[in-house]
Design a protein around this ligand. Structure first.
Ligand code: 3EB
Length: 355
């Protein structure tokens, strides 16, 4: 097992947000952790104490359960608001909300068919999320991790990812939030079961949304991808004390608004990495002093087919080097023709103990 600790910038003003990736011998938070996502742990392991999102996906590399924990050296305050379990410190708030699809919400606008259960669950989850941000005065949503059971399945005549988009957008609108422009970075992956599971990072200070010049903004996708557009930006650039943080959304083999290289996981991986490079160039244009470099980011790669791991890994290592901080998990991507999605974050110290 190797551990790499990378400091970005010689004089990062404390307190700085950090990312820790321990193997999950026990699924628990450090007292300084804001919260975590845990990948690859079985459904029987119920994490206790604090906002830990259990992502119901097999871990491919490392092939053991691991945590992505966001840590702040500042004193952490923990709490619950409605369905949201959260911790906050020094202007940042990490929260987790899950909604089982058999729950019903009277406050939902209930547009769409009643059998669109994931739409209602998404609207409820995001209403809870925004209610928490409003109540705790952390209005700026930076990054959202969305995990949807059976994302590509049809229900009530519509793909479940599309239902999710409708419910998410309805909640943004209900809370008076913009549907374009300054929207959060996000990812949306399909998992094998469990509730709709969402983790998020919000702040007292605003971030800057970053779009990819190679891609149509997701909120401008044409209607062929669903009756409501996805509400996310390609990346979010945030300032936290002396840190410049970059959250790169889940990125796939999409150019313009079209999926490219159907069936070819190697070409899809290359296109995805080209998209991330274009986004980093755009971030460098907006924040020239931040100096985000592809080789310095922390990555998670989601593979639809576990057997693609050697091919994807070879492309990634050719592009980022063999020492890149990247973990691989199995998950379904939000379009049925996509085989891989890669997300990243940068600008924070990280400790990567996953090899
Ligand atoms: C895409 O670019 C691929 O619905 O929140 C990537 C990141 C994707 C976030 C979301 C979806 C989402 O459209 C899928």
């Amino acid at each position: 097992m190797t551990a790499a600790v990378m400091e970005h910038g010689a004089s990062v003003a404390a307190p700085a947000l950090q990312l820790h990736w321990p193997l999950a011998a026990d699924v628990a938070l450090d007292p300084h952790d804001l919260g975590a996502l845990v990948f690859g742990a079985g459904p029987g392991r119920h994490p206790a104490g604090g906002p830990i999102l259990q992502v119901m996906t097999p871990a491919l590399a490392p092939a053991r359960p691991w945590l992505a924990a966001w840590r702040s050296p500042a004193p952490v305050r923990a709490g619950r608001h409605g369905r949201v379990n959260y911790r906050c410190a020094d202007g940042l708030l990490f929260g987790v909300v899950t909604v089982a699809e058999d729950e019903w919400d009277e406050a939902s606008t209930q547009e769409g068919a009643p059998q669109h259960r994931l739409q209602h669950a998404a609207e409820l989850a995001y209403r809870e999320l925004f209610g928490t941000l409003d109540a705790l005065a952390h209005p700026h949503l930076l990054r959202v991790w969305n995990y949807l059971p059976h994302i590509n399945a049809e229900e009530g005549g519509e793909e479940r990812y599309r239902q999710f988009n409708a419910g998410r957008q309805a909640a943004f609108a209900a809370h008076g939030r913009t549907l374009t422009g300054e929207v959060p970075a996000a990812c949306a992956l399909g998992v094998g079961g469990g509730p709709l599971a969402i983790a998020f990072l919000a702040a007292t200070q605003p971030a800057l949304a970053v779009e990819n010049p190679r891609q149509v903004a997701a909120y401008d996708y044409p209607p062929e991808y669903g009756r409501r557009s996805p509400t996310f930006a390609r990346a979010a650039l945030a300032r936290h004390g002396g840190q410049r943080l970059l959250f790169v959304s889940g990125t796939a083999s999409i150019v313009g608004h079209r999926s490219l290289h159907a069936g070819d996981v190697v070409a899809q991986t290359r296109e995805t990495l080209a998209n991330i490079d274009a986004l980093l160039a755009e971030a460098a244009r907006l924040a020239p002093e931040a100096g985000f470099r592809a080789g310095d980011l922390a990555y998670v790669a989601y593979l639809r087919r576990p057997q693609d791991l050697p091919k994807v890994r070879a492309e990634v290592e050719r592009h980022l080097g063999a020492d890149a901080a990247i973990a691989y998990v199995q998950a379904d991507v939000c379009r049925a023709d996509l085989l891989v999605e890669i997300e990243a974050s940068g600008g924070h110290p990280m400790e990567f103990r996953c090899r």
